[in-house]
Structures are given as structure tokens and as C-alpha cells.
Design a protein around this ligand. Structure first.
Ligand SMILES: [Zn+2]
Length: 292
């Protein structure tokens, strides 16, 4: 696997400054596929310094470090207060969030990002292939765009390439490019230890097919090649703990009840991962075959 260590301080010199869109935007209401997307879920410790701070289904992850915290994903627009409640209930200061990342730039994973940036001053890094979608609030997204902004527009502070390692607070967060669902969709692989052992944690971006017809996808030339690459790459990843962008994708509610105590092995699940990747691959092939 190609890995390049890219310290965040280096990345910050490369690219653009934040320009939060201060004027109030009128947002187009995007498809909300489940009520669970906006229902709360109590935050909990997954393993070591990694915590779940998302909603009932939209997974958000906090990596707590002595140099401040990393927040991966922010749910739908309006989710910042739910995330804040979870972060503070776990004993952390919301203002100590310093770095924002996302598995992909859709309204259900970056919808709260502009607000979190305003509340915390955190910097946002994104895969370069998803950067432009942030700047028009998702309107240029090939699948959900074209009707207006579905989340508050903003610019990332810096960009990385798929395969780069983002180093922050002593953590190495490896981005694995898994394009298709969005152009810059990526998973993250992170080694996280507790007192017992070290785990390779995969936050997988499951490659759900969102284009109805893969033969011609306006705005995304090369989508088929990207999905082909992604399915092959995802089969080969080695990891211990399986997490994902949606709680339902990694079976959070089957694996854990809100009152359960700390139990990282509950999330060790190669079989569940292989099953959902296989399920997505079948759906992808079905839509590919349907094009002719
Ligand atoms: Zn998505």
C-alpha cells in the first residue's frame, strides 16, 4: 500500500484558507432516508482514544489526543449540538476539537461541519477530489447536486490525496481512497491501543451505488473504473475493528446496547465487513448490467 506521511503543518502550507460562507443560505432539503439519521445516540468509547459521537445512524468519531481532538464526520445540517452533547458527556471539551475529516462529502456526513468549524475554530482537511463539492454545499455533487445546496457551503483548510497519512496528536490516520460513492470518498485506517492490545481500526466508507444508471453519469467520468478499483481494494484491507460511515452498515445496534460497558472486541467483525462489501458489489453489478 502506498503511504505517504504528510504532517498537517505541511499540508497547511499547500492550500487554501478557510472562507466560511457567512451569509445565510437557503438549503434544499435533501433526501432523509431514515429518522435514525437525526435521532440522538449516547456517545461511548469504542477502543482506546476512539469514541462514537454520532447520531443513531450517522456515525461520527472522536479521536482524543493531548494536542486536541479529531472529529470524523458531522452528520446532517443541525447535528452539531447532538455531537457536542456526546463529546461533553464523555468528558471532553467541544472547543478542543482541532481537526475535522470526513469519509465523503455528502450532506449526511458533512452537514454539520460549517457549524462545528464556527463553534470550535477547527481546521477541515478533505480528500482533494471532494473539495469542490464543499464549496457549493453539495450542488456540484454528481448524485445529489443540481438543485441547490444541501448543506452550508464552506472551504476546507487543506487537501490530501488518497493514500496520504494524516498525522495529528501522535496518531497516524491513513486515508484509503475508495471513490465511486463520491469522487473523494475514502476510508480511514488507524492503529489504536488500549491497556490490553493494539487494534487496526477501519472506518470504512461502504461503496453504496447512488447513480441510477452507470452507463452515463453526468459529472463523473470514470465512475465505473473507480468502483472497480474500490471493490478490489476494499476486499484486501486487513484490519481488526470494523466501523463505517453509517451505524447500520457495521451493525452498531446489533453489537452494542447503549448501557453496555467498554468492549472493543464487539466490533471485531471481518465476516460482517465481507458480507456488506459483497452485498454492495452485487448491487453494483446489477446496475452495471442494467445499463444496456
Ligand atoms: Zn453518501
Amino acid at each position: 500500500m502506498r503511504q505517504r506521511l504528510v504532517p498537517i503543518c505541511f499540508l497547511s502550507t499547500l492550500l487554501c484558507l478557510v472562507s466560511l460562507n457567512s451569509s445565510a443560505q437557503t438549503l434544499v432539503k435533501p433526501p432523509i432516508l431514515a429518522d435514525s439519521w437525526s435521532q440522538p445516540y449516547p456517545g461511548f468509547k469504542i477502543v482506546g482514544n476512539l469514541y462514537y459521537v454520532g447520531t443513531n445512524d450517522l456515525a461520527c468519531y472522536l479521536i482524543a489526543t493531548p494536542e486536541g481532538h479529531v472529529l470524523i464526520n458531522t452528520g446532517l445540517p443541525g447535528s452539531a449540538s447532538m455531537i457536542r452533547t456526546s463529546v461533553e458527556a464523555l468528558g471532553f471539551r467541544f472547543q478542543d476539537i482541532k481537526l475535522l475529516l470526513t469519509t465523503h462529502a455528502h450532506y449526511d456526513h458533512v452537514g454539520g461541519t460549517a457549524e462545528v468549524m464556527k463553534l470550535t475554530g477547527a481546521r477541515m482537511l478533505i480528500n482533494e477530489r471532494d473539495a469542490s463539492v464543499l464549496e457549493d454545499g453539495g450542488n456540484s455533487d454528481y448524485a445529489f447536486g443540481g438543485k441547490g445546496s444541501t448543506f452550508e457551503a464552506f472551504s476546507a483548510d487543506a487537501l490530501y490525496r488518497g493514500g496520504d497519512t494524516i498525522r495529528f496528536g501522535g496518531m497516524d490516520i491513513v486515508s484509503l481512497p475508495h471513490p465511486g460513492h463520491s469522487k473523494g470518498a475514502n476510508s480511514f485506517l488507524i492503529s489504536i491501543a488500549d491497556e490490553q492490545r493494539s487494534y487496526k481500526v477501519l472506518i470504512a466508507n461502504i461503496p453504496t451505488v447512488v447513480a441510477a444508471n452507470l452507463s452515463s453519469v453526468p459529472g463523473y467520468a470514470g465512475i465505473v473504473e473507480d468502483y472497480e478499483y474500490t471493490f478490489e481494494a476494499m476486499k484486501k484491507i486487513e484490519f481488526d475493528i470494523f466501523l463505517a460511515s453509517h451505524a447500520g452498515q457495521f451493525g452498531l445496534h446489533q453489537k452494542r446496547k447503549p448501557a453496555d460497558s467498554y468492549n472493543p472486541p464487539a466490533f471485531v467483525d471481518r465476516k460482517g465487513y465481507d458480507m456488506i462489501i459483497d452485498q454492495m458489489l452485487k448491487e453494483y453489478r446489477r446496475r452495471l448490467a442494467a445499463k444496456n
